[in-house]
Design a protein around this ligand. Structure first.
Ligand SMILES: Cc1cc2nc3c(=O)[nH]c(=O)nc-3n(C[C@H](O)[C@H](O)[C@H](O)COP(=O)(O)O)c2cc1C
Length: 279
């Protein structure tokens, strides 16, 4: 049995988004998992990150969000709503974020959940070590994450050469920058396209596909984002010249070489260990 946190951002229970959240919850419970929920609209979640997040300030003169976040997190001075969400995430083995695509991203209430809950010292600046632990390591290491997204536009608009750009690239700041950064292993995004005008048949197909994705939450392979400390970024900033030399931009940070191909290459050309070379 695992623990899963489902965070969802839609005030309307009959929306596609709320249905996806409900289906995920039912599916996980049926598998025997423990489900925690954060229904952001239902909770009246405070979306804006502001001075009220720091009732006891480290510095009265000037509001530095990073300094105050680190101070409040380290000293147990965070607001109770933020503490409660961190408690849920830290208890969870996986987190599922379910939201409608609004202006090619998540709704403000969910962005505000991230801004406020991803504290300095936890999700970034982990253990006071600057950027030592990020992208694959950090405060949320060992957890899985997945997005379930309700998308108004048709799938063609989000295809490889579609007018909006591929959904995976549009959501890269969330999958890579927000979830993988503090250490989560991120599964491929699940999307329901044409969600604004979906009929019963379309919803039934979406439901079946989503159920099977949720059932495989702990089995499916995560996206092959390159870890900061795995050797591909020798200076922790930029990809080494020999890594994917033909790629730049977002796609370069995904290891496109299939694991099987690597294994086959290693089997064909075994790497000799130093001890094997010594007489
Ligand atoms: C503020 C707002 C922004 C939106 N932005 C987008 C968008 O960027 N791309 C898109 O395909 N649909 C967009 N839509 C349409 C929603 O994605 C669509 O209404 C939603 O997925 C329907 O699902 P729901 O029943 O969960 O609300 C937007 C809708 C709203 C209200």
């Amino acid at each position: 049995m695992q623990k899963v946190l489902i965070v969802h951002a839609h005030p309307e229970p009959t929306s596609v988004t709320s249905q996806l959240a409900e289906i995920a919850s039912e599916t996980l419970k049926a598998q025997g998992h423990e489900v925690m929920r954060s229904d952001l609209y239902g909770m009246g979640w405070k979306a804006v990150f502001d001075g009220r997040d720091f009732p006891v300030r480290a510095n009265q003169e000037r509001l530095s969000f990073i300094d105050e976040s680190g101070h409040a997190f380290a000293k147990g001075l965070q607001t109770p709503d933020v503490e409660e969400e961190q408690r849920k995430i830290l208890a969870a083995d996986a987190v599922i974020l379910v939201f409608p695509l609004w202006w090619f991203s998540m709704p403000a209430i969910m962005k505000g959940w991230i801004d406020r809950v991803w504290a300095f010292g936890l999700a970034y600046g982990f253990e006071g070590a600057g950027n030592t632990y990020r992208y694959g390591e950090g405060g949320f290491a060992g957890k899985r994450a997945m997005l379930g997204v309700s998308v108004g536009g048709p799938a063609q608009d989000y295809s490889a050469r579609g007018i909006n750009g591929p959904l995976d690239q549009l959501l890269f700041p969330i999958t890579h920058g927000t979830l993988f950064f503090p250490g989560m292993q991120v599964l491929p995004t699940f999307a329901v396209y044409g969600a604004g005008s979906i009929d019963a048949e379309g919803m039934a197909a979406a439901e079946a596909a989503w159920r099977s994705r949720v059932e495989r939450l702990f089995d499916d392979a995560p996206l092959a984002f390159r870890p900061q400390n795995g050797g591909d970024y020798p200076d922790r900033h930029v990809l080494a010249d020999h890594v994917a030399p033909h790629l730049s931009g977002l796609v370069a940070h995904i290891d496109h070489e299939p694991a099987e191909k690597k294994k086959a290459a290693e089997a064909a050309f075994p790497v000799q260990r130093e001890e094997e070379l010594s007489p």
